[in-house]
Ligand binder design. Structure first.
Ligand code: SDX
Length: 371
């Protein structure tokens, strides 16, 4: 038995949800470029869960269900006040709160298809409320309740900021959510599938997935990108910064990908959004620094930017705290995790690979006072 490090190139399951073939990303057959230009996030959620785009009535029903289920149990809101709030990263708070949500869901351990779908709606709806409420509570602000008349992206921004976002902000958030919704068997989605393949519950699967997304080699990279841009400060310092990091054998966050070779098709949409939004906010330097980092990095390594690179300056332009960037990724990706969890339950088999043993050969036990 020879190990494939990091399971590179291993096909671990079949799936009808999304595909990456020859650097092209599709959700259930629809090209990501097409969906980013034309679909709303709610349409994409429906597509991932039902494997078809919704008609008008189906879309309206889903939107209603999401709006109706956004409000958090009071116990979860109160629990934020018991966290050591100035030390807690919002991804840790999100992971804890999703786990806690399971405690207040009477159907948490019901395993039939309809109950699992109802839980998917509830979780998808409550994720933005958790992120927004925690973000406010830690600043000593009152939580803002969701409004039933608002769309998903709009409600998220409204709960976060406590005021109505403008149309450009809503569109940008909606597109970002579409772009992050699913991505084949990425590390967090695989984690979710491994968890529920033991026939554990939906809340456990999503909690596990949030833990996997949090790491800087995965979703956590977008926050690290913003940290880097801030450290660089001005576009003229970008090249020197990148070369020094590479000389020290350090990774540059937001570049490289396990599957894409020529480039991540999502990055160009975020690049365009970054250019537009940084101009509108009067802070074009964030885009300019990003472009210089890209030029300097790709002149050294043939690794194009991934989804996390330009999303950093996009979220910054939306006035979002930098440590909320990865939680936003989770608010979108939970749609994909839930699609994969439902798919896993439909055709389940325990996921249990093997390890190539590299420890010592056979040894005899030595009693403790002879060691
Ligand atoms: C996401 O899988 C998905 O689908 C994930 C995702 C999704 O939508 O779910 O697309 C979202 O997680 C995007 C990735 C975010 N992470 C980062 O931006 C962190 C920086 N990137 C790298 O750490 C890395 O490129 C990974 C983690 C993305 C991929 O890791 P791999 O496939 O294990 O590649 P590797 O670390 O083995 O790197 C191969 C080579 C190495 O050089 P050599 O030792 O062979 O000389 O490329 C180099 C690496 O050092 N390399 C980098 C680099 N990325 C790879 N060198 C400097 N900076 C980098 N960013």
């Amino acid at each position: 038995m020879t190990a494939a490090r990091g399971l590179e190139g291993i096909v671990a399951t079949t799936s009808s949800i999304s595909s990456i073939i020859d650097d092209t990303l599709t959700y259930v057959g629809y090209d990501i470029d097409d969906l980013t230009e034309n679909a709303t996030f709610e349409e994409v959620i429906y597509l991932l869960w039902h494997l078809e785009l919704p008609n008008k009535a189906q879309l309206q029903e889903l939107k209603q269900q999401l709006a109706d289920n956004m409000e958090l149990p009071q116990e979860v809101i109160e629990s934020f006040k018991t966290y050591p709030i100035d030390k807690v990263h919002p991804m840790a708070a999100l992971r804890t709160a999703v786990s806690a949500l399971g405690l207040y869901d009477d159907e948490a351990d019901l395993m039939d298809k309809e109950a699992n779908y109802r839980k998917a709606i509830r979780l998808q709806a409550k994720m933005p409320a958790i992120v927004a409420t925690f973000a406010r509570v830690r600043k000593g602000l009152e939580p803002v309740a969701p409004r039933k008349d608002l769309g998903f992206a709009e409600n998220f921004l409204y709960m976060l900021k406590g005021e109505m976002p403008d149309q450009i902000e809503i569109e940008a958030m909606d597109k970002a959510l579409v772009l992050h919704a699913d991505h084949e068997l990425n590390a967090s989605t695989f984690t979710a599938r491994v968890c529920v393949a033991t026939l554990s519950d939906v809340y456990s699967g999503v909690t596990a997935a949030i833990g996997a997304l949090k790491g800087p080699l995965h979703g956590g990279a977008n926050e690290q990108v913003m940290k880097m841009l801030t450290e660089i400060g001005t576009a003229d310092k970008a090249e020197e910064y990148v070369l020094e990091k590479l000389n020290n054998k350090e990774k540059i966050m937001g570049f490289g990908h396990r599957v894409y070779r020529q480039g991540d098709p999502r990055a160009k949409h975020l690049r365009e959004m970054s250019k537009r939004l940084t101009e509108i906010t009067g802070e074009p330097e964030w885009y300019d620094i990003s472009v210089k980092v890209e030029e300097a990095f790709t002149s050294q390594k043939p690794l194009p930017p991934n989804v996390d690179f330009y999303s950093a300056s996009v979220y910054h332009s939306l006035g979002i705290d930098h440590d909320l960037f990865t939680p936003i990724f989770a608010v979108s990706r939970v749609s994909g995790w839930l699609a994969h969890i439902l798919e896993q339950y439909e055709n389940n088999r325990l996921i249990r690979p093997r390890a190539e043993y590299t420890g010592p050969g056979k040894r005899n036990y030595v009693p403790v006072d002879e060691r």
